[in-house]
Design a protein around this ligand. Structure first.
Ligand SMILES: [Zn+2]
Ligand SMILES: [Zn+2]
Length: 348
């Protein structure tokens, strides 16, 4: 087993090499095919309460959330320290870190958007605790919390859960956001993300949901058709400092966005959802504004946005949809989850 980081000198970023992961046994990969009604417990799901995971560990009979160390981590506290030295200018180092899994609910067949607001609030508090717990460790430079949802992003198990990578380096996107935020503050005296929110509020057409302290919008500069950002209106470098009222408001807006996503095609809506939070390496991140980003890979129910020449080859996105039209589609979605609507309303 190797947990190694290799420096990419042309991109100036670390590549994580976890060579043992290719053959990780994904037992319990119960495949969901759109419409099929799923049971709320599946006996071969490695995330359901009471089940045994591939590591041999048994899940407790949890009733809300359940956090555990990933059985097949891509970073580890046990990363071997004596790596073979690479040749020439090449650099490597052990991929030290902690990888965890957070189950959102004991119920196998729910999506995040179907949880009650109080359950989403509880999850936000778990994210606060995890950021503080992992981020306070001296060897951890950054805590990346993210959910991969749906077969379109390679997740076959629908059991609602997210992952946490607490790493010894700062991920590239976060590093960029931190750098430009710091520069913007120095140049203008303002927080960059506050200026983004102000521009979205001025235009109004791409705002998906909003309450007193939290806003969700499909940004002017969206790279994906249904890309949505969710952020507190006050600047917090991480989720950890949100007040109780802000946590409540955040759960409210998050749920509204997720219900609209699921309603769009009346299916569990696939996405990659990272929390963008300030690094925990002791740097100056006062200008960093915590937010959640949704990167949905689908343009239509069966049409994937393929990353190809411009994106993979060049590194910039080519978007062939209009953000305000896609925002209008989401804004038009009803506020009640399609699974919870009464039968006559289903006629369409
Ligand atoms: Zn399950
Ligand atoms: Zn971001």
């Amino acid at each position: 087993m190797t947990w190694e980081e290799r420096w990419h000198p042309l991109r100036e970023e670390w590549v994580i090499v976890a060579a043992h992961r290719q053959d990780r046994p994904w037992s319990g990969g119960t495949v969901v095919h759109g419409e099929e009604a799923l049971p709320d417990y599946v006996d071969d799901c490695y995330l359901c309460p009471g089940n045994t995971r591939v590591s041999g560990k048994v899940n407790p009979q949890y009733t809300q959330t359940f956090v555990f160390d990933n059985d097949h981590p891509s970073v580890s506290q046990n990363a071997p320290l004596d790596l073979p030295k690479p040749s020439g200018i090449y650099r490597n180092r052990p991929a030290r870190g902690i990888a965890r899994v957070v189950c959102y609910s004991p119920k196998h067949n729910l999506t995040l958007g179907e949880l009650e607001p109080a359950e989403i609030e509880n999850l936000l508090r778990v994210w606060q605790e995890q950021y503080l717990d992992l981020g306070s460790r001296p060897e951890i430079a950054h805590v990346l919390i993210f959910e991969n949802k749906g077969e379109a992003v390679g997740v076959s198990n629908p059991h609602p859960h997210c992952q946490i990578y607490a790493n010894n380096f700062v991920f590239k996107t976060i590093e960029t956001e931190a750098r430009v935020s710091r520069r913007h503050l120095a140049e203008t005296g303002r927080v960059l993300f506050q200026d983004i929110i102000a521009a979205e509020k001025q235009d109004e057409r791409r705002i998906i949901a909003e309450n007193d302290s939290v806003i969700a919008f499909l940004p002017y500069f969206a790279r994906y058709a249904y890309e949505v950002f969710v952020a507190p209106k006050q600047t917090h470098p991480s989720i950890a400092t949100l007040s109780d009222a802000e946590v409540r408001d955040f759960a409210d807006v998050l749920k509204k966005v997720l219900v609209k996503f699921d309603n769009l095609w009346q299916m569990p809506f696939p996405y990659v959802m990272p929390l963008h939070q300030a690094p925990t390496d002791g740097g100056d991140y006062g200008a960093f504004h915590f937010h959640i980003e949704f990167h949905p890979p689908l343009r239509k129910p069966n049409l994937l946005k393929y990353l190809a020449g411009p994106e993979i080859g060049g590194g910039n996105f080519l978007s062939d949809t209009s953000p305000q039209e896609k925002a209008a589609e989401l804004r038009a979605q009803p506020a009640v989850h399609y699974k919870h609507r009464s039968a006559p309303e289903e006629e369409k």
